[in-house]
Structure formats: structure tokens, C-alpha cells
Design a protein around this ligand. Structure first.
Ligand code: GCO
Length: 490
């Protein structure tokens, strides 16, 4: 290529320090941020100390549903209902992680991951939901934590990732009753008291919003209810209350320095075109459309518009409930997969309108999973700005794909690599502008039981053959290892 030095040429193509040298994987002191900028012109990557990890949840990977005194969860019963799961599977065995966790921690180490987000199965700890804890209920997590810490991987634990003890559903109607909010706080206090010697970060409830809508409104997730609107709103309130009570209970029981916050899939609102008026409109929309979740947790009140729209169906609550729900948190966890809305400023009393999606808007392997990487920039930016949040974790992000195993055994999941590269570039944009995102948990380490999609949707960096339980790294595992090693997307 006459006229260009190899380095200039690399810069034009956007190649990286590692691409130039042909090295694979090692970041080391020879690729500091300023050198990367000098060579590639790229932004300086992620902040030092950024926590890279993967995420999973108990019912989706553990299996062993009848071992060591575990009680049934609402998902055990729901998955057995004919037709509830598209391939008629259950999480009875899933990834058999309960027995293979040592191997799985090795997979995390092979990625160079610094952290891991997993969830604790409430029905292992309290098979009846409340009362006397199962003496063996935390043994598995004790072993897992020791293995993680020995491998230099920092554990982040979610207390509720939807596997409610069935006993509470039967006894109280689950989250339709505030007794479940209280039971959740008691369980959280017990777990935090026992595990906070090793777990320094707890997430209370994973995706309140999905458990409300799919579990209690549309019936496609456990417990499979289709409640009238007023009861749906009451369930939403009880779940938010459960979060707040758990925050307080953890603060009372855990060792000093333990941190706690929610892991929510906030409704994401993106300026349709990036103008100051649309950005402001997107912030207003973000606050309104999350009124029953993050907004009430952060502000301690339901917005006027939320209550007006709910009318007679508005949840019943006391001022004390709102104080509890808004107990101060140490961070906000955000599950970010797709853009929910593109927003345009409007002079309509609300301040915004939502632009309709054309049928041709791109999406990934699942119809719900729109491809809109900019949500990874705007969502944490809005959360930080609206509520002055000082610490954010991306608690989930990833995509399913139609992964195929080639004759040589390789899995060339280029669509997942493309998705991750673009979303992470937007996250890098956010952190380089000072949005306080401190870590990222890729969903997921392994292909797993994808709720009502059973094993038909695969989200893992590692393919799981569910007949043999063999794990095989996909191309995206190499991509993620490189990203972690460089602490940058280029
Ligand atoms: C959710 C859950 C995960 C899913 C993942 C992919 O957000 O639905 O937290 O359990 O498996 O999001 O759909």
C-alpha cells in the first residue's frame, strides 16, 4: 500500500494494538489507554478496574431440583403445564450446574472474567418460603463462592430471579399478597447474614417488570396468572415493597460495607434523533414509563401521571410503603437488551411522543429482541442523570442466536459478536463521557433454560449440548476474552 506506513494503514482500518502485533489475549502493561488512543485514534476504552463478568440464574442453570431438601418453586409447576414451554422442557436438569459448577468456574476463568452474577434459589433455602431454614440450603452456594473466590472471581448475588417457593403461591397467592414481600425480606436477611462474609454486592429482585407483566398479566411466565389491571398494579406494588424491605433487612443483617441495589430492565427511551429537545423528552419519558419500578424506588412516590392513568385501578399503598420502597440503594443494576422506545419532543402536555417502529426495524434471533445498540448509551445516562445515581452495573446484556456447530466443531456466532461489539461500543461511549457504569455482566455464560422458550433460544458464550452436558466455546467467547483483556472495544 504505497504512501502509507503499516501503522497509518492500521489506523485507517481501525485495527488495534493487538491486531498489529498479532498477539492474542494478553493486555498487560504494554497496551495502556493512551497508547491505544495514539495508535488507533479510538477512545481510551473502559475505566481502570471496570468489572467484566457473566450472568446466570438459578432455575435456568442449576438443575438438581429435588436435591438437598429444595422445595418446589413456581417455575417447577409452571414448566410442567402442557404447552407452557415451547419445547415442553423444564429446568429439572438444565445445565446441571449444581454438579458441574467447578467446570463452569473454569469457563469463567478462561474468559478472564473478574466477576460473576448468579442467583440464589429461595426454595433451596426456605423450602416452605418462610420458617425454619433448610440446613443444607446454602451449602451449594458456600461451595460455589469458595470456588469463585479461589479463582479470583468476585461474586455478585441476586436474591430473587423468579423461582418463588410454590408454598408462598399456594399459601398467600405469591406476590398478590404483601405477606410475600415480608417473607422475601426475611429470606434476604438470612442469606445476607450467612453469605456477606464473601458476597459484597446483592441484587434484590431481577426484573420486577417482567415478573409483573409476563407472570401476572399475560400468563406466559410463572405463576401463569392473567389478573385484572387493579391486581396487576397491586402485584407491582408488592414487588417494589419486597425490594425495599429487602434493602432494609440486608442493611440490618449483613456485614458492614455490603452493598445492595435492584437489577431492573428499565423501559428504555432513546431520543429518535439526538437533539437537545428530544434528549429532554426521552428523559421525561424514561421517568414516566418506569413509574412503577425505578421511579418509585428512586423518588419514593408514584408520578401523578401514573396514578391518574391507573385511576380506580391504582395500587393501594401507605406513605410508609413509599418510604420503604425508596430506601437508599448503593447502585442500580440495569438489564439492557434492546430499545423499548424512540422518543420525539412534543407540546402535548406530556412532553413526548413515542415514534412507531416500522416493520423493517432490525432484530436479532428473537422477535422481541430489537437491535438498537444506542440503548446501551442512553439508558445508563438517563438513569444517572434523572436520579443522580453514582454507581450502575449492566446486570445483563446479550442475544440469542441460531448457533450452528461446524464440521470442525467451531461455532461461528458472528451475529452475537456483531451485537456485542456494537452494544459495548455504546457502553464505552457512556463511560468515556463519565456515566458511572462500573461493571458489565454478559447474559449468559452458558446456553440455558430460557423460560417459556425452553432450550430453543441459546444465549450462551458457551454452547451446551443438553444431552451430554458438554460445553463448547463459541466465537463470541473469544471476542469477549479479547474485550476483557484489552479493557476496550475497538
Ligand atoms: C430476563 C432474565 C433472564 C433471561 C434473559 C434472556 O431478563 O428475562 O433476567 O433470565 O434469560 O433476559 O431473555
Amino acid at each position: 500500500m504505497p504512501g502509507f506506513s503499516r501503522r497509518q494503514f492500521a489506523k485507517i482500518l481501525g485495527w488495534t494494538t493487538l491486531g498489529l502485533s498479532g498477539a492474542t489475549g494478553a493486555r498487560g502493561a504494554d497496551a495502556p489507554a493512551d497508547r491505544r488512543r495514539e495508535i488507533t485514534g479510538a477512545p481510551p476504552g473502559f475505566p481502570d478496574g471496570f468489572l467484566w463478568g457473566t450472568a446466570t440464574s438459578s432455575y435456568q442453570i442449576e438443575g438438581a431440583v429435588n436435591e438437598d431438601g429444595r422445595g418446589p418453586s413456581i417455575w417447577d409447576l409452571f414448566a410442567r403445564k402442557p404447552g407452557a414451554i415451547s419445547d415442553w422442557s423444564t429446568g429439572e436438569v438444565a445445565c446441571d450446574h449444581y454438579h458441574r459448577y467447578r467446570e463452569d468456574v473454569q469457563l469463567m476463568k478462561a474468559l478472564g472474567a473478574k466477576t460473576y452474577r448468579f442467583s440464589i434459589a429461595w426454595p433451596r433455602v426456605f423450602p416452605d418460603g418462610t420458617g425454619t431454614p433448610n440446613p443444607k440450603g446454602l451449602d451449594f452456594y458456600d461451595r460455589l463462592l469458595d470456588e469463585l473466590l479461589a479463582g479470583g472471581i468476585e461474586p455478585f448475588a441476586t436474591l430473587y430471579h423468579w423461582d418463588l417457593p410454590q408454598a408462598l403461591q399456594t399459601r398467600f397467592g405469591g406476590w398478590t399478597s404483601r405477606d410475600t414481600s415480608k417473607a422475601f425480606a426475611d429470606y434476604s436477611a438470612y442469606v445476607a447474614g450467612r453469605l456477606s462474609d464473601r458476597v459484597k454486592h446483592f441484587f434484590t429482585i431481577n426484573e420486577c417488570s417482567r415478573t409483573v407483566s409476563l407472570g401476572h398479566q399475560y400468563g406466559s411466565d410463572a405463576p401463569g396468572l392473567k389478573l385484572p389491571q387493579a391486581e396487576v398494579n397491586q402485584v407491582r406494588h408488592h414487588i417494589a415493597l419486597g425490594h425495599g424491605l429487602a434493602v432494609q433487612a440486608i442493611r440490618a443483617q449483613a456485614r458492614a460495607g455490603t452493598k445492595v441495589g435492584p437489577a431492573e430492565n428499565a423501559v428504555s427511551c432513546i431520543p429518535a434523533i439526538d437533539t437537545p429537545a428530544n434528549v429532554r423528552a426521552a428523559e421525561i419519558a424514561m421517568r414516566e414509563l418506569n413509574a412503577g419500578y425505578l421511579t418509585v424506588m428512586m423518588e419514593g412516590k408514584y408520578t401523578d401521571a401514573y396514578l391518574a392513568q391507573a385511576g380506580n385501578d391504582a395500587p393501594k399503598f401507605t406513605p410508609d410503603d413509599l418510604r420503604i420502597i425508596s430506601s437508599p440503594v448503593d447502585f442500580v443494576g440495569l438489564n439492557i437488551y434492546m430499545p423499548d422506545h424512540y422518543v420525539v419532543a412534543a407540546d402535548n402536555g406530556r412532553g413526548f411522543t413515542l415514534a412507531p417502529f416500522p416493520a423493517s426495524f432490525p432484530h436479532m434471533d428473537a422477535p422481541w429482541l430489537r437491535f438498537g445498540p444506542e440503548t446501551m448509551y442512553w439508558t445508563p445516562r438517563h438513569v444517572a442523570k434523572l436520579w443522580n445515581v453514582k454507581s450502575i452495573y449492566i446486570t445483563e446484556n446479550g442475544t440469542s442466536g441460531t448457533d450452528q456447530v461446524a464440521a470442525d466443531g467451531g461455532i461461528s456466532d458472528l451475529d452475537r459478536v456483531m451485537y456485542l461489539r456494537n452494544y459495548l461500543a455504546q457502553l464505552q461511549r457512556a463511560t468515556s463521557e463519565g456515566v458511572p457504569v462500573h461493571g458489565y455482566f454478559l447474559w449468559s455464560l452458558l446456553d440455558n433454560f430460557e423460560w417459556s422458550d425452553g432450550f430453543e433460544k441459546r444465549f450462551g458464550l458457551y454452547r451446551v449440548d443438553f444431552d451430554t452436558q458438554r460445553r463448547t466455546p463459541k466465537l463470541s467467547a473469544s471476542f469477549y476474552r479479547e474485550t476483557i483483556a484489552r479493557n476496550a472495544v475497538v
